[in-house]
Design a protein around this ligand. Structure first.
Ligand code: C2E
Ligand code: CA
Ligand code: CA
Length: 656
């Protein structure tokens, strides 16, 4: 059409020019003839030219109008296509009138919220509001749209089936210049997938995957908030640390899956016990924590409330658990009835603004106190206990340096046979503290066991004993003496315990048959294959084992048969009242007969009087150890004692 117009214009121009030329030519040729009409001809030429110019102007203008119209048409087309594209996008869109009544909705709204356009049309936007969304939120939203022209945020929207869908929502005011407000446009993006991913991340970061309870991180955050609120509201809150007793034994004896089952059951029971605002979390391993955010304002009452709750926790832990386990060969599933117990520490907070670590420390001190007092107990925070703990910690730190600074010493306590002949000695550790003087092993061994320092210290004892044995090996009067070394549970549990002992024997050249390891009933009672295997490996090297403090532990005699034992040491407690107490005598008799039946040496320790010695020998004890024979003494003193005994014996034998 446009092209045709151009041609028409060109033709008109050409024809008018031709017309003008013809008129001009004709005028020259027929000048004489037309001379009479010259004036009219000129007038006609001007008129024709004016007409041509007018026609051209008209055509040019029409052409411009036409091209403008075409451009407008193209824009409208593009705009329509754009609108359609936007309306068909994945983002849900609604257009409302100025009363928030929906006029249009795109197909994406159906996939996001389940409604079709006809279902939404003429409905107020209220229909899209999620169940959990508060009136206040909606009010603030519309206020912002009115004032700022736009609101954007996450909102729970209601799906047609009734469920809430998390959406990113934008609402914009549409303003029409001429008539003012004409309506609103809302866009909805489904955030379910992102929300799910976020939830998963949160679950991993803040919850314990085994029990699904909040983990340490979440507990710490909750505690921080509760501390702030308690301080602000002037109320007290409580926290309760729960540590299962001997959980490791269950794991060792029945495997981790059984241990895991117990942790899950405990989590379930704790959850049932709690009030809506309380919180239970698993801090890790066998440690749980309960937080009680709403206690009384009076300290006494608040503590009574917290202790009552702790008592309930204590009770539910002690009710037997039924755990699925497998028999040793792993063939049959069996139900294990397990009774567990926990040590609980309770502390309050909220009265003062204090660091979070202080609250944790108090609950920890209380829990630790409960363990110290014998486990399976509830203890409230006691400042005196904290002082004791601080002192213990200071001592523990010093103990780490004791070995390095050569503050540890070894004493030896002689063991003799029925004929009073020296057969060996027990190595007993001492700590010569620079300020406190001699510290008893009763005080520092448990600390070293706890901190792990006992491993290096125990190595040092074994090394020293091996060196002494090697030194004695070429002295006739001393070369037969055995040395007994106390081995702590932690030391024995070291994965390379056997290798370390082997290496020390090799490096010193000591005779393994003269080295005896004293272990407690606690270690051997675990009766795990690992313990027995370690003992057998060491026995194969020539070493022997003794059970220390026999009779005070679990006293299950059946396990003794499965262990490679050379010696049982009757505990001092029985020796103490052997001459007076019937019960002790009966126990000693039983131990002696057990030992005799199994070919095991019986040592009585803590022998202080001649009466005790006589009675023990009458009952059949093989060896004796105690103050009556010798106190623990230094190595050179022991050598001198044995040599002196030897020469006395020689002299006596010469006299006979
Ligand atoms: P234990 O192994 O039962 O050692 C015997 C304890 O009884 C020693 O106390 C010894 O001095 C004491 N004793 C010996 N005869 C008598 C007596 O006639 N009357 C009285 N009242 N006591 C007597 P000690 O040396 O204070 O050691 C205490 C505990 O410390 C030991 O008990 C042992 O369990 C531990 N211990 C000592 N040295 C070591 C060590 O090198 N390693 C480890 N792991 N523990 C050690
Ligand atoms: Ca001992
Ligand atoms: Ca002992």
């Amino acid at each position: 059409m446009l092209k045709n117009l151009r041609w028409i214009i060109v033709l008109c121009c050409l024809s008018s020019a031709a017309g003008a030329l013809v008129i001009q030519a004709d005028t020259n040729l027929w000048q004489a003839f037309w001379q009479h009409y010259q004036h009219e001809i000129e007038l006609a030429s001007v008129l024709v030219a004016a007409l041509v110019v007018a026609l051209m102007a008209y055509l040019w203008r029409s052409n411009r109008l036409l091209s403008e119209l075409t451009d407008l048409n193209r824009d409208a087309q593009t705009s329509l296509e754009l609108t359609a594209a936007v309306f068909n996008s994945q983002v849900g869109l609604i257009v409302t009138d100025e009363h928030a009544c929906i006029q249009r909705a795109n197909p994406a709204m159906t996939s996001i919220l389940g409604y079709t356009e006809p279902e939404l049309k003429q409905q107020f936007t209220l229909i899209l509001r999620g169940a959990g969304v508060l009136h206040g939120t909606i009010r603030r939203l519309w206020q912002e749209v009115q004032t700022a022209g736009r609101w954007q945020g996450e909102l729970l929207c209601r799906h047609k089936d009734g469920l809430d869908v998390p959406c990113m929502v934008t609402i914009a005011k549409v303003q029409n210049g001429a008539i003012g407000l004409s309506g609103f446009v809302g866009s909805f993006t489904d955030m379910s997938v992102q929300q799910k991913a976020q939830d998963e991340i949160r679950q991993l970061a803040y919850f314990d995957p085994l029990t699904q309870l909040p983990n340490r991180r979440m507990f710490i955050e909750a505690l921080r908030t509760t501390m702030r609120q308690a301080l602000h509201n002037g109320i007290l809150a409580g926290v309760m640390f729960i540590d299962l007793d001997h959980f490791k034994n269950l794991n060792d004896a029945h495997g981790h899956t059984v241990g895991d089952q117990l942790l899950c059951r405990i989590a379930e029971r704790l959850l049932l016990l709690l009030e809506p605002n309380d919180m239970v979390a698993r801090l890790g391993g066998d440690e749980f924590v309960v937080m009680l955010p709403h206690l009384d304002t009076s300290e006494d009452l608040a503590m009574t409330q917290a202790m009552a709750k702790a008592e309930q926790v204590h009770q539910i832990l002690r009710q037997p658990f039924e755990l699925e386990t497998q028999n040793r060969i792993g063939l049959h599933a069996m139900t294990l009835r397990y009774t567990c117990s926990g040590s609980i520490g309770v502390a309050l907070f909220g009265l003062v603004d204090e660091p979070l670590t202080e609250v944790l420390k108090r609950a920890d001190v209380a829990m630790y106190q409960s363990k110290q007092d014998g486990r399976n107990l509830i203890r409230r925070y006691d400042p005196a206990a904290q002082q004791a703990l601080t002192a213990r910690m200071a001592m523990s730190n010093e103990l780490n340096l004791a070995l390095r600074d050569r503050q540890l010493k070894l004493l030896y306590q002689l063991q003799v046979d029925a004929q009073n002949q020296a057969v060996g000695a027990e190595c007993l550790m001492r700590w010569h503290h620079p300020l406190r003087g001699m510290v008893s092993p009763v005080e520092f061994i448990p600390l070293a066991e706890e901190s792990g320092a006992i491993v290096a210290m125990g190595d040092w004892v074994v090394q020293s004993a091996c060196e002494l044995l090697a030194r004695w090996s070429d002295q006739v009067q001393l070369s037969h003496l055995t040395l007994s070394v106390n081995v702590s549970p932690r030391q024995f549990a070291e994965a390379d315990f056997v290798e370390r002992i082997t290496a020390m024997l090799a490096s010193t050249g000591a005779n393994p048959r003269l080295l005896r390891l004293e272990v407690t009933e606690g270690i051997v009672m675990q009766d795990t294959q690992e313990v027995v295997a370690k003992m057998r490996q060491l026995c194969a090297l020539g070493l022997s084992f003794s059970i220390d403090d026999f009779g005070t532990g679990y006293s299950s005699l059946s396990y003794i048969q499965s262990l490679p034992l050379a010696e049982l040491k009757i505990d001092k407690a029985f020796v103490n009242d052997i001459a007076t107490g019937d019960r002790s005598e009966a126990i000693v008799k039983a131990i002696v007969s057990l030992g005799q039946s199994m070919g095991i040496t019986i040592v009585a320790e803590g022998v202080e009087t001649l009466a005790q010695k006589d009675r023990l020998l009458t009952l059949g004890c093989t060896l004796l150890q105690g103050y009556l024979i010798s106190r623990p003494i230094k190595g050179d003193a022991l050598e001198a004692l044995v040599l002196a005994q030897h020469s006395t014996t020689v002299q006596k034998s010469l006299l006979v």
